[in-house]
Design a protein around this ligand. Structure first.
Ligand SMILES: [Zn+2]
Length: 362
């Protein structure tokens, strides 16, 4: 257990919340993060763990006064230099004697004055946040929530939300629900039961809104595929992609998202699937175009999640289905709004810098 004193009730409560909101309805892979705070310390989920697998002894305690320095610095304009500086500042705010690396969203958690913060990426919500008319619908469905237009996650998102919260800080209007375009939600409250109530309200309201607009808020799994066809595709993927296609998870055909919809979808399933013939030549074209191999391959009758390891392929398939569900849900709010090239590239590069280890560890 971390030496810094905290009534263990608070730590146990955030672990319980992490498990409750660490299910596929709310997050996939290592996505989402949680925290609990006192006046001088915040405990955050470490990078490279899942919410479902979080234990109290792995929470990373950080010095809140030291984190203040991060908010006051003038960062370099260049993204990689900025993220490196932010990582160093965050590392120096970690209380001594701790081994874990805090989640990149730790400063954002610290920004909320409320005690418990649970950040997730529910598909039901992303059907709204990734939709063209999402902002207008959010104002109608959740007038009490704050809507934040898309900005790069990490430091930039933290500073943007600080700027927006500073206008309402310390007043009863500080929002408990912050909806992030093409990303997910931050829920903040002083008690675990308030967190649960806020999530219940969020999910129930969304379910009713979809039903009302004639969109069924339930994912229907893709049809099964004949074992012989799956085996043939698996062999073709290995031939075409070498070690990058060594592991695969194959399902019947479903409508895969045509572009990048959120940071986690980019990290685990890439921005674009590979389509066309499953050949080495076509795979080489994909690699040349994107700079990395595909994680999702679409054929006329099947979809494959692929990777060098089984867990990577499984996550690619999970996120491909989650993304397909999100895009289907956006029909209720004007159809999908994909991330632009600059937003997509930031995640693709950021992944190399700070995200890859946590992804590989899942
Ligand atoms: Zn997130």
């Amino acid at each position: 257990m971390n030496e810094v004193s905290m009534p263990s009730a608070g730590l146990n409560a955030i672990v319980e919340l992490s498990h409750e909101f660490g299910t596929p309805d709310y997050v996939r892979g290592g996505g989402g993060n949680t925290s609990v705070k006192t006046a001088d310390t915040i405990w955050v989920k470490p990078s490279g763990t899942t919410l479902a697998g979080l234990t109290a002894d792995r929470l990373v305690p950080m010095d809140r006064a030291r984190l203040q320095r991060l908010y006051e610095l003038t960062p370099p304009a260049e993204a990689a230099a900025r993220e490196a500086l932010v990582r160093d500042e965050m590392a120096s705010a970690v209380r001594p004697g701790t081994t874990g690396r805090p989640s990149v969203e730790a400063p954002l958690h610290d920004t909320f004055t409320r005690r418990f913060v649970v950040h997730t990426h529910p598909a039901l919500l992303n059907g709204l946040t990734c939709a063209r008319d999402g902002e207008a619908a959010a104002r109608e469905l959740f007038p009490e929530a704050m809507w934040v237009p898309y900005v790069d996650p990490g430091y930039t998102l933290c500073m943007e939300i600080r700027r927006r919260l500073s206008a309402v800080r310390g007043t009863p209007q500080e929002p408990s629900l912050v909806l992030l375009q093409n990303h997910g939600v931050f829920v903040a409250a002083d008690t675990p039961d308030e967190i649960r109530g806020l999530y219940r309200h969020l999910m129930d309201t969304l379910r009713m809104a979809y039903e009302h607009r004639g969109v069924r808020p339930v994912w229907i799994p893709p049809p099964p595929i004949a074992p012989s066809e799956a085996d043939a595709l698996r062999a073709a993927l290995r031939d075409a992609l070498g070690p990058d296609g060594d592991a695969s998870v194959i399902a019947g055909r479903f409508e895969v998202a045509a572009g990048p919809i959120s940071p986690d979808h980019i990290v685990y399933a890439r921005s674009f699937p590979m389509t066309g013939p499953v050949t080495a030549a076509n795979a080489a074209v994909y690699r040349a175009q994107h700079g990395f191999p595909p994680r999702v391959v679409v054929t006329p009758t099947a979809v494959a999640g692929i990777g060098p390891k089984p867990r990577v392929a499984e996550l690619a398939m999970e996120l491909a289905q989650d993304g397909a569900f999100v895009v289907r849900l956006t029909a209720a709010f004007g159809g999908p709004r994909y991330l632009d090239d600059a937003a997509r590239r930031f995640i693709e590069q950021w992944e190399v810098e700070s995200y890859r280890q946590s992804v590989a560890a899942q």
